[in-house]
Design a protein around this ligand. Structure first.
Ligand code: ZN
Length: 119
């Protein structure tokens, strides 16, 4: 998807890097976040232990076969992106009306609008 229409009439783009960084994000439930952190720390602990005992080549072939010849930064990035896939609810904030359009979990292009209210 490259554009999302807000009910106010504004079009929200996900193709411009600046807009992507400023107006798109994720809501993550605490349980999902804690599970992600636990899985990540477990995998990184195993990775670092494998470097310490010299078994990292075997560990990488088993756990990151595509990236086993990459620098450590790329391997860690791959591990993180594999674990965070499917975690949280994607949302976009409308620049015009400040509504949040939250992607309905599991559905490709269904967004629920949460509109700010004045108090
Ligand atoms: Zn809007």
């Amino acid at each position: 998807m490259s554009k999302l229409g807000c009910p106010c009439g504004n079009i929200i783009s996900d193709s411009a890097q600046k807009d992507m960084e400023q107006y798109w994000g994720y809501f993550i439930k605490n349980k999902e976040w804690f599970d992600y952190q636990e899985q990540l720390s477990q995998l990184l602990s195993c990775l670092f232990e494998s470097y310490k005992d010299g078994s990292h080549v075997e560990w990488l072939v088993k756990n990151c076969p595509v990236y086993s010849d990459q620098p450590l930064k790329g391997i860690i990035s791959d591990i993180m992106s594999r674990l965070d896939h499917g975690v949280g609810f994607e949302y976009a904030e409308c620049k015009k009306c400040r509504s949040l359009l939250v992607k309905k979990n599991g559905d490709e292009n269904i967004y629920i609008r949460y509109q700010p209210v004045k108090t």
